[in-house]
Ligand binder design. Structure first.
Ligand code: GDP
Length: 299
C-alpha cells in the first residue's frame, strides 16, 4: 500500500504543488484565479467540478485572509475531499450464503479490462476468497488466453468458451462453475466493442439476464483509462446508458498527472470510483481511498 501511495504521489503531485503555490499568500488576483481554474481543468477535474471548487476556494480565501502554505493545503484538502465524495459507498458486494457474488467488468478494449479482472481476482484471493474468472470477451482473440494466464498467476479458476462464441453462454458457465465450486466471487470479463449503443445495451443486458437465471449480477464495474481524459468520460456516458453501473475502476493512474478525472467521473456518472489501477503488475490495483488519494494529489 505504501508503494502504491508513492507511485500515485509521483504522478499526481504536480497538480498539488501548482495549486498550493497559487493559493498560499495574500489575496489572489483575477489572473491567479484563472490559473487555479486552468490548473484544475488541465487535471481533468471537469468544467462543473472546477467551477464549484473555484467558487468554494474563493469564499474560503476571503474568510481566511493571508494564508500560509499549510493553511492553503488544509483548505484545498477539505474542498477536494468534498468533491471526491467521502460518503460514497465504495465497498464491493460480497457473496450471499448460497451463491457467489457476481461481478461484471465492462469497458472499451485497451482500457485495461482484462488486466483489471485479473487484479480484482488477486485482491479477492489475497483476502482469502475463492474466485472464478469468466472469459466472456469472446470477441478479442487473445483475451481468453490473457485472462487464463492471470487466473493461474493469482490462483483463480478460468472458464472460457470457443472463440467467437456467445459471451452470455460463457458468463452462464462461469457462474455455474462458481456455484458448483462454492466460490465466493465470479468475475466476468466482457467484450469491449463500442459498436452501437443499442448493440452494447443488448449484449450486456443479455449477459445479465442469462447470468441471473442462476445468480443476480451484484456489481457492474466500468473500466476507464485515466490517461484518456475527456474521452474516458464520453465512453462512460455510453456505458452508463447501456447498463446500470455500480462502480468504476480507473486504470493507468500511474501514467497521468491528471488525477482530477476521479472527480469528473463520479460527478458525471453518479457512481463511485471503487478501484484504481497503478501499474501493470498483479498488485497494482487498489481500492480507492478518498483521503489517501487527495493526500497523494497534494504531494
Ligand atoms: P483490455 O483490452 O481492456 O482488456 O486491456 P488489457 O487488460 O489487455 O490492458 C491493456 C494494456 O494496459 C496492457 O498492456 C496492460 O498491462 C495495461 N494496463 C492495464 N491497467 C494498467 C494500469 O493500471 N497501469 C498501467 N501502467 N498499465 C495498465
Amino acid at each position: 500500500l505504501v508503494r502504491l501511495r508513492a507511485r500515485l504521489a509521483r504522478s499526481q503531485s504536480s497538480l498539488g504543488r501548482g495549486l498550493l503555490s497559487l493559493l498560499s499568500g495574500d489575496d489572489l488576483s483575477e489572473e491567479d484565479w484563472e490559473d487555479v481554474e486552468s490548473t484544475l481543468l488541465l487535471a481533468d477535474v471537469g468544467v462543473a467540478g472546477t467551477s464549484e471548487l473555484v467558487a468554494a476556494l474563493k469564499e474560503r480565501t476571503t474568510v481566511l485572509g493571508a494564508r500560509t502554505f499549510a493553511d492553503a493545503r488544509e483548505m484545498l484538502r477539505d474542498e477536494l475531499l468534498a468533491q471526491v465524495g467521502t460518503t460514497l459507498d465504495r465497498s464491493m458486494r460480497t457473496a450471499a450464503d448460497d451463491r457467489p457474488a457476481v461481478v461484471l467488468v465492462v469497458g472499451v478494449n485497451g482500457t485495461g479490462k482484462t488486466t483489471t479482472c485479473g487484479k480484482i481476482a488477486r485482491l479477492l484471493v489475497a483476502d482469502g476468497r475463492s474466485v472464478v474468472l469468466g472469459a466472456a470477451d469472446t470477441f478479442r482473440a487473445a483475451a481468453a488466453d490473457q485472462l487464463e494466464t492471470w487466473g493461474s498467476r493469482v490462483g483463480a479458476v478460468t472458464v472460457r468458451g470457443p472463440e467467437g462464441g456467445d459471451p452470455a453462454s460463457v458468463a452462464f458457465d462461469a457462474v455455474k462453475r462458481g456455484i458448483a465450486e462454492g466460490a465466493d466471487t465470479v468475475v466476468i470479463d466482457t467484450a469491449g466493442r463500442l459498436h452501437t449503443k443499442v448493440g452494447l445495451m443488448d449484449e450486456l443486458s443479455k449477459i445479465k439476464r442469462v447470468v441471473a437465471k442462476q445468480s443476480p449480477v451484484d456489481e457492474v464495474i466500468l473500466v476507464l483509462d485515466a490517461t484518456t481524459g475527456q474521452n474516458a468520460l464520453a465512453q462512460a456516458r455510453v456505458f452508463a446508458e447501456a447498463v446500470d453501473l455500480t462502480g468504476v475502476a480507473l486504470t493507468k493512474l500511474d501514467g497521468t498527472a491528471k488525477g482530477g478525472i476521479v472527480i469528473a467521473v463520479q460527478r458525471e456518472l453518479g457512481v463511485p470510483v471503487k478501484l484504481v489501477g497503478l501499474g501493470e503488475g498483479p498488485d497494482d490495483l487498489a481500492p480507492f481511498e478518498p483521503e489517501g488519494f487527495v493526500d497523494a494529489l497534494l504531494g
